[in-house]
Design a protein around this ligand. Structure first.
Ligand code: SF4
Length: 79
């Protein structure tokens, strides 16, 4: 989802931010609420789509790695 320098200090991808936020709760069991639903068969959009709180219809398209100031990020919103 994201590669490059300063990933831990300045995460650009929503999933990276969620992982870093979750790190403080590592001992808790993570349960994905049913409200997040399932992806339709053949879905080719962002692999984080189901859980992302920042998603839009644009996220239903495949996401390419983009260079954002020297960081590689797989999220169109990180431009
Ligand atoms: S592409 Fe969309 S769903 Fe995926 S991480 Fe970015 S905002 Fe969230």
């Amino acid at each position: 989802m994201e590669e490059g320098k300063d990933v831990f200090d300045r995460p650009l991808h929503p999933y990276t931010r969620a992982l870093l936020n979750a790190a403080q709760y590592m001992s808790l069991e993570v349960v994905v609420p049913e409200e997040f639903g399932e992806l339709p068969d053949g879905f080719s959009g962002c692999s984080y789509y189901r859980l992302c709180r920042e998603k839009t219809d644009a996220c239903k398209k495949p996401q390419k790695l983009q260079d954002v100031s020297g960081r590689l990020v797989r999220c169109w919103k990180s431009k």
